[in-house]
Design a protein around this ligand. Structure first.
Ligand code: B12
Ligand code: SF4
Ligand code: SF4
Length: 324
């Protein structure tokens, strides 16, 4: 507890600025942080060089903010009422990951974190150090989320909240204040292995261990240049990211579908088929990518993915050259 700023008042304010979940983890030597090095050493990060470059800092948030005592973690539900990719009867549908349908979460969540931080500075009688991150900072967000009671790290490696599931963006504020911390979340996967079995590319090599180099999300978003030929078939009709290991998860069976306009699908991606998307001009795609998380691959990357997905359609429907 710090003056008017308590964990409980912080959580109330987090709701007011638009977060569905908020918890506090100690900035401590959590055992799960240690898996990171081994994960890198096994080559699972592939070409994501930034994960190697920042490994020292990712080992412990106190290497980022030396005075850190706590990590405030937020969760924001981005589910919508659109069907899952595994429900699509039509193989010609362009599968785009749910998190990427709306506005860029980096911008939206960052603004909400900054607003929460500004409120904390108003409430706290003492000065404190803090740094807010969403996704791109040198923080193992999922580990701190688990220790902040946001949810457990499932066998699919996603953080799952028992009440609202795993369609959540995480955000983190590393903070020097000694706020009251939450109890860590407990693993509730039990004997279930649905995600491991359903992964189209066998990327979940053991419970909680993902070989990113096999993951469709990595292949379609993070990998630059050509997608290796042997890996193209597994991608199916996924043109940006993949949700299969979360779609099959029983904890998402009744996930709430908030009406937050930020996450509603942009018309360009909404249940669109591969050919329609491939026929968009570069200008049309550029406009649709503006302010969207999908701008990460740029138009060229999206066209590369479309070529692979079209190539995966049954013979005669189209040829990959058509969208080059
Ligand atoms: C790199 C990255 C990726 C990579 C690698 C993913 C991965 N699983 O590591 C790729 C590009 C594949 C990816 C994909 C996706 N990502 Co991503 N990604 C990240 C990022 C930037 C870093 C993650 C990281 O450090 N990975 C390294 C490994 C070691 O970490 P980890 O899996 O998180 O770690 C735990 C387990 O793997 C386990 N573990 C590891 N090794 C071992 C070994 C043993 C023996 C055991 C028992 C356990 C174990 O312990 C680790 C630590 O506890 C985070 C943001 C961040 N700064 O944290 C977002 C983040 C994890 N991604 C996110 C999202 C939304 C996705 C996608 C759903 C997007 C999509 N639909 O396509 C997919 C999900 C794929 C999946 N099943 O994970 C969200 C996840 C939210 C959530 N509810 O969990 C995050 C937190 C971004 C955010 N701020 O919201 N992502
Ligand atoms: S996101 Fe798709 S490819 Fe990656 S682990 Fe999950 S199911 Fe497998
Ligand atoms: S599908 Fe089953 S094993 Fe996989 S994360 Fe969900 S509950 Fe855990």
């Amino acid at each position: 507890m710090t003056g008017a700023l308590t964990s409980s008042s912080l959580k109330q304010q987090a709701r007011l600025v638009g977060f569905d979940l908020c918890g506090v983890a100690p900035a401590a030597d959590h055992p799960e942080l240690k898996f990171y090095r081994e994960w890198l050493d096994r080559g699972y990060a592939g070409a994501m060089a930034y994960l190697h470059r920042t490994a020292d800092r990712r080992a412990d948030v106190r290497k980022v903010v030396p005075s850190a005592q706590t990590v405030i973690v937020t969760g924001t539900l981005y589910n919508t009422d659109r069907p899952y990719s595994i429900e699509a009867a039509d193989g010609g549908r362009a599968q785009i990951a749910r998190y990427a349908w709306g506005d860029d979460y980096h911008d939206i969540i960052r603004a909400r974190l900054e607003s929460l931080l500004a409120w904390m500075r108003e409430q706290s009688p003492e000065r404190f150090e803090a740094r807010a991150y969403v996704d791109t900072g040198p923080v193992q967000e999922r580990v701190y989320a688990q220790h902040a009671g946001i949810g457990w790290i499932g066998k699919n490696t996603c953080v799952i909240n028992p009440g609202i599931g795993s369609w959540i963006f995480l955000g983190a504020i590393i903070c020097s204040l000694p706020l009251e911390v939450d109890a860590p979340s407990l693993d509730q996967c039990g004997t279930c292995t649905l995600c491991i079995e359903a992964c189209p590319t066998q990327a979940i090599v053991a419970p909680g261990v993902l070989d990113a180099t096999r993951c469709i999300s990595y292949l379609t978003i993070e990998l630059r240049g050509d997608i290796p030929e042997a890996q193209r078939v597994g991608i199916g009709s996924h043109v940006y990211g993949c949700d299969v290991c979360q779609e099959v998860c029983p904890w998402n069976a009744s996930a709430p579908r908030p009406a937050d306009p930020a996450w509603q699908p942009r018309p360009a991606w909404d249940r669109v088929d591969l050919l329609t998307l491939a026929e968009q001009t570069d200008e049309e795609l550029t406009v649709a990518l503006r302010g969207s998380p999908m701008k990460r691959t740029k138009v060229d990357g999206l066209r590369r993915n479309l070529a692979v997905a079209l190539g995966n359609l049954p013979d005669g429907e189209t040829s990959p050259e058509e969208c080059r």
